[in-house]
Ligand binder design. Structure first.
Ligand code: GLY
Length: 375
């Protein structure tokens, strides 16, 4: 990469997130991965920066990111974790902490989480808890991470009783989003990410939803790239929601649309069988069914959601009994006073939360999903 191209890239953030205590710059542009060193304030003297990634992302981007940081004067230490959800454990966090003590990191050492949501979550949690917090840079490399997981400060690990049950809110020092890295995503990962984009359409942006309706097939099979504008739209929505409710007691809960049952399906599949977005697609259809049954939105609106989600659902879903899935609802973090809070749509672009969803409604929605996935 020539110095000319290097310096042509702006270092001003495309978007800025705000929470009570922090301003979070978000850099979003194709090609940024090769200029990441310009987003972090270049060090006056050579200083250590830690890049943590997984083995898959390292193959594709590890060297490029390290080179870009070195060009900006950083001395790069690289840690490569195994790929997959199984790294989201307290053992990984301890391992990272041991290494960071060995390397004598201090509270100024930037930690770069380079990867999908799994890497962002576990590395973010390790950064948040080491010496009460190191500056964390989220560099998401999947759609799910770019539009959702890397923004908003939720970091954490899994517990045997459920996903993400151990964690905290820890806002990053910055987020660097390069949509060009999505070109190498496998089809299944692309479909999974698109479910999150559709989610933003349903909760807040009808225009985005209609764009998804028109292009979802072409985006999945690679005939057309997912436009940067769709990624940016989701990022903006998320930043706005997080600014209004950082700690998830009010408007932020809308982001959980499709996730209450989605997480239950993920747990039922042992976090191995399905991609996150595949189960979110199932959860959105279940929530859409409940909303239609309650008369919150029309059958036609529900049919539009089903039509888009048809492309995003798991290709193979074994027949299940409602109880097998609903049993996993018990440890949802959004429970208040023993009730799960459900996000149900009122129209395309608007949702509300409900704490009075009954077991009968859940069974009925799951019965619908059981048939729908086989249509
Ligand atoms: N992924 C949902 C949230 O950040 O609140």
């Amino acid at each position: 990469m020539s110095e000319r191209t290097h310096s042509a890239h702006p270092v001003t953030p495309s978007l800025v997130g705000r929470t009570a205590g922090k301003r979070i710059p978000v850099y979003l542009a194709k090609g940024l991965i090769d200029h990441i060193g310009r987003a972090l304030n270049p060090p006056a003297l050579p200083r250590a920066v830690e890049v943590v990634t997984d083995e898959h992302v390292h193959q594709l981007l590890g060297r490029r990111v390290s080179a870009a940081l070195r060009r900006a004067g950083w001395s790069v230490n690289l840690t490569i974790l195994p790929a997959g959800e199984r790294i989201k454990t307290s053992a990984t966090v301890s391992r990272l902490h041991e290494r960071w003590f060995d390397l004598r990191y201090d509270r100024q050492t930037p930690i770069i989480a380079l990867g999908g949501g799994t890497v962002g979550d576990v590395v973010g949690f390790a950064a948040a808890t080491f010496m009460r917090g190191l500056p964390l840079w989220q560099v998401p490399t999947t759609i799910v991470a770019q539009v959702d997981a890397a923004i908003g400060g939720k970091v954490g690990i899994n517990h045997k009783r459920g996903k993400n049950l151990i964690g905290c809110f820890y806002q990053p020092a910055g987020v660097v989003i390069d949509p060009s890295v999505l070109a190498t995503l496998p089809v299944r990962e692309r479909r999974s990410g698109l479910a999150e984009i559709v989610k933003y359409g349903v909760i807040s942006d009808e225009r985005l939803f209609r764009t998804c309706e028109r292009h979802v097939e072409a985006w999945i099979d690679g005939r057309a790239p997912i436009p940067d504008s769709a990624i940016e739209r989701c990022t903006r929505i998320k930043l706005r929601i997080v600014a209004a409710d950082e700690t998830d007691h009010g408007p932020r809960r809308a982001l959980n649309f499709g996730h209450t049952l989605g997480h239950a399906f993920e747990r039922w599949g042992n976090y191995q069988r399905f991609r996150h977005g595949e189960t979110v697609a199932l959860g959105m259809v279940a929530a859409g069914w409940m909303a239609a049954e309650r008369g919150l939105w029309t059958k036609e609106q529900f049919a539009c959601l089903c039509q888009v989600c048809r492309h995003l659902r798991p290709v193979r879903l074994p027949a299940f009994r409602s109880k097998e899935i609903s049993i996993h609802l018990g440890f949802d973090k959004k429970r208040t006073s023993g009730h799960n809070v459900w996000i149900l749509p009122r129209s395309i672009g608007r949702v509300d939360s409900f704490a009075d969803v009954t077991d009968r409604e859940i069974s009925s929605a799951l019965a619908f999903v059981n048939v729908w996935v086989r249509e």
